[in-house]
Design a protein around this ligand. Structure first.
Ligand code: ADP
Ligand code: MG
Length: 239
């Protein structure tokens, strides 16, 4: 335990919450599907960044997390890798016969959502993992068609996803992971009610919140939607 604490200090990670999983030092410690590990390596990702070292094992264990780390610290992989890894297991073991979405990532802007979707597609090349981008400005019928044909991940902005859910019977009953990326920005833009509506449409999902900063509004928001959360902060003074 002292060694783990020393390691966390060394990589500048602080944690709050029960049952804290030890950080990983190599992506190989995550035991990803070999194809996913290959894709990571060929994309040039050799070692995890500090936030990934701590957030990956927590997310892979199914924990709800609130993660704060500076812009550019690698938060995207910290949620995409667990989503891709778990979704592929669910599909390969046929744990769900239906081709309904398994995960949702919400982002505050369409540009950010598009970037996240691009990265997910690149990481999941060759795997049974499809994505749909659900943002304003793009044609909704095509977005719906894509989802109904079977996708594992929906990446979108809250407003457009609500529109789509209210007008069409896209089933979210298999969604078991929800990520709110740049949640600080999302609340500043007034998306709180829409996000809550989406949370309430899901059945006990694992929820992961990512943010550059944790103002008090985020802490209280997190307390209302997360179950026994782990608070992870990288590269800043202890929580
Ligand atoms: P954040 O969301 O925290 O602002 P990103 O996830 O956008 O950061 O990552 C920032 C940059 O770092 C991206 O170009 C990404 O490809 C790169 N990156 C992320 N993780 C790693 C890693 N483990 N090794 C090398 N580069 C990485
Ligand atoms: Mg980011």
């Amino acid at each position: 335990i002292q060694q783990i604490d020393a390691l966390r200090r060394q990589i500048e990670i602080s944690l709050k919450g029960d049952a804290q999983p030890p950080p990983i030092l190599e992506f190989s410690n995550c035991k990803f599907n070999p194809k996913l590990q290959d894709n990571l390596t060929s994309a040039g990702y050799e070692t995890p960044t500090p936030v990934q070292m701590q957030a990956l094992p927590a997310a892979l264990k199914g924990r709800d997390v609130l993660v704060s780390a500076d812009t550019g610290s690698g938060k995207t992989l910290a949620f995409l890798l667990p989503i891709i890894s778990k979704s592929c297991m669910i599909r390969m073991w046929h744990l769900s016969e239906r081709a309904h979405p398994l995960a949702i990532v919400l982002a505050p802007t369409r540009e950010l959502a598009a970037q996240v979707e691009e990265q997910a597609k690149a990481l999941a090349k060759g795997l049974p993992f499809k994505t749909a981008l659900v943002v304003g400005g793009d044609a909704m019928p095509q977005q719906i068609y894509r989802i109904k044909n079977g996708v594992e991940l929906i990446v979108g902005t809250p407003g457009r996803l609500i529109d789509l859910l209210s007008k069409h019977d896209v089933s979210l009953e298999d969604v078991c992971m929800l990520v709110l990326d740049e949640v600080d920005c999302m609340l500043e833009r007034g998306f709180r009610d829409q996000v809550m509506q989406i949370v309430q449409a899901l059945y006990q999902p694992q929820i992961m919140l990512f943010s550059a900063t944790i103002p008090p509004a985020i802490e209280s928001f997190a307390a209302t939607i997360l179950k026994q959360p782990l608070l992870i902060s990288a590269g800043r003074p202890s929580l």
